[in-house]
Design a protein. Structure first.
Length: 138
């Protein structure tokens, strides 16, 4: 007997048996998909050698491609949770980027500071040279 199935039975969380796998959009995770068909030019045919499941269109986001298949509701829920956590992390990253200056802006600030400092140093050297010529040592 499969160890995964044994663990589920021991924990009392045996997942319901599915008559058909749950097909979900790999882009957004929704299960409302329209079957488009199997085309000889499909990526599944080209890369895998046979038309496995065909191409579907998601009713939610419009993504077209092979769906993800889940053989237990528990696995599908885990996928949705991971997708949600990824979206939350992406939103947090966007907030941080908006609140802090970007590397490009900081880089240009350093360059401007360097140009100004270099210009001032050059001006001081020129003034010193001019004063040396005017008052000279002699």
């Amino acid at each position: 007997m499969n160890k995964k199935i044994e663990k589920k039975k021991e924990s009392g969380k045996e997942d319901e048996e599915l008559k058909e796998p749950i097909r979900a959009c790999m882009n957004c995770g929704h299960t409302e998909l329209d079957y488009i068909g199997k085309d000889a030019g499909d990526a599944a045919v080209i890369f895998l050698g046979s038309p496995l499941m065909g191409i579907y269109r998601c009713k939610n986001c419009g993504f077209e491609g092979a769906p993800l298949e889940f053989y237990s509701t528990e696995d599908y829920k885990k996928f949705l949770k991971m997708k949600e956590e990824k979206e939350e992390l992406k939103e947090e990253q966007e907030i941080v980027q908006k609140q802090s200056p970007t590397v490009g802006k900081m880089y240009w600030a350093y360059i401007k500071t360097g140009i100004i400092a270099g210009g001032i140093l050059l001006l001081i050297i020129l003034i010193f040279f001019a004063l040396t010529l005017i008052f000279g040592k002699g």
